[in-house]
Design a protein around this ligand. Structure first.
Ligand SMILES: Cc1cc2nc3c(=O)[nH]c(=O)nc-3n(C[C@H](O)[C@H](O)[C@H](O)COP(=O)(O)O)c2cc1C
Length: 312
């Protein structure tokens, strides 16, 4: 079941969600693209030069046709537009933008021919995206990993949005097993975006400690925290997350003004990097609420082959 997104024809309607900082890099994204899906490098937290290099490396690793390579950039990042332009120069097929909404990006997409795919959580923003020229949308619920735009689960918002939108709709939040993807399709989605499932893959470049936290997580281990980016976010309970919940964090000692708006109660970027490096005490470990369903680390090929059966 292939899908048309702007000028792109994608074999499998599966997007590997972008995961900052440095969780979804070229190795993971190129593996997904080689299996006929859309692999996204997370641009947030990188410099434009670093992002370009990562994209060029990933493109060199893509040997099969049928998939695509894109980037995910948080609109909340101070260098959002610079990163978007650097990605286009490096030759990406798609830009997915989450954590905020940019009207300016659609013009950039039209000029460059790169597909623009915003992440939205309401019918209102879905309609605005379609009118401004989005090539597809990702509809993400409050059960997803990372920063959130709504309290409602993906299952409760996808149907109404898909019924009222004519561009392709990808459901995100809670897709771990093929049956979850089938549920998204039954609710009217054209495809899915997954984050949590792809962290627990061989190709994902986070530490084994992080991956094992996913494998060992139990139901209820994911809590909502107030991120310093000014948005709620889902993370696995951990010593530092408990400090965030108790409002006992200390202000960071250095700051690179990486976010357009920051509460400065702690540095989410720094804590995510610590998490990805496996620092259980000090790190933050973003994950979707259904991470408890993960019980093994698979290769990207194994994940994609399991889901292929849904998109026949
Ligand atoms: C560790 C982690 C980091 C994430 N970072 C980002 C990000 O930088 N930008 C973004 O738009 N979404 C981010 N997300 C959300 C994913 O791209 C995806 O939409 C989400 O994980 C889907 O829900 P699921 O985790 O239930 O599959 C992140 C998710 C996780 C688990």
């Amino acid at each position: 079941m292939s899908i048309q997104i702007g000028n792109l024809e994608i074999d499998l309607p599966i997007i590997q969600g972008g995961m900052a900082i440095k969780a979804s890099m070229g190795r993971l994204a190129s593996a997904v693209a080689n299996e006929g899906g859309v692999g996204l490098i997370a641009g947030t937290g990188l410099t434009p030069a670093e992002l370009k290099e990562e994209i060029i490396d990933a493109k060199n690793k893509i040997v099969n046709k049928g998939g695509a390579l894109g980037v995910n950039i948080m609109v909340a990042a101070s260098n959002f537009m610079e990163l978007a332009k650097a990605s286009i120069e490096a030759g990406v097929d798609m830009i997915v933008c989450g954590a905020g909404f940019s009207r300016d990006i659609f013009e950039v997409g039209k000029e460059s021919g790169v597909a623009i795919v915003p992440i939205v959580s309401s019918l209102k923003l879905a309609k605005i995206s379609q009118r401004l020229g989005a090539d597809a949308i990702v509809v993400e619920g409050g059960n997803a990993g990372g920063h959130l735009g709504t309290e409602k689960d993906s299952w409760d918002i996808i149907g109404e949005i898909a019924a009222n939108i004519s561009i392709p709709v990808f459901g995100a939040g809670g897709v771990i097993e093929p049956a979850d993807a089938q549920r998204m399709l039954d609710l009217g989605a054209d495809g899915v975006q997954m984050g949590t499932r792809f962290i627990a893959t061989v190709e994902c470049e986070v530490s084994d400690e992080f991956k094992n936290m996913y494998v060992n997580a139990k139901k209820g281990d994911v809590v909502e925290i107030a991120s310093s980016a000014g948005l709620p976010a889902n993370a696995i309970v951990s010593p530092y997350v408990n400090k965030v919940l108790e409002a006992a964090t200390k202000k960071p000692t250095s700051c690179h003004n990486c976010l357009k708006k920051c509460t400065r109660t702690f540095c989410v970027n720094e804590r995510l990097v610590m998490g990805h490096e496996g620092d259980h005490e000090e790190g933050i470990f973003f994950a979707g609420k259904d991470v408890w369903k993960i019980n093994e680390i698979l290769t990207v090929k194994e994940v994609m082959d399991r889901f292929r059966t849904v998109f026949k």
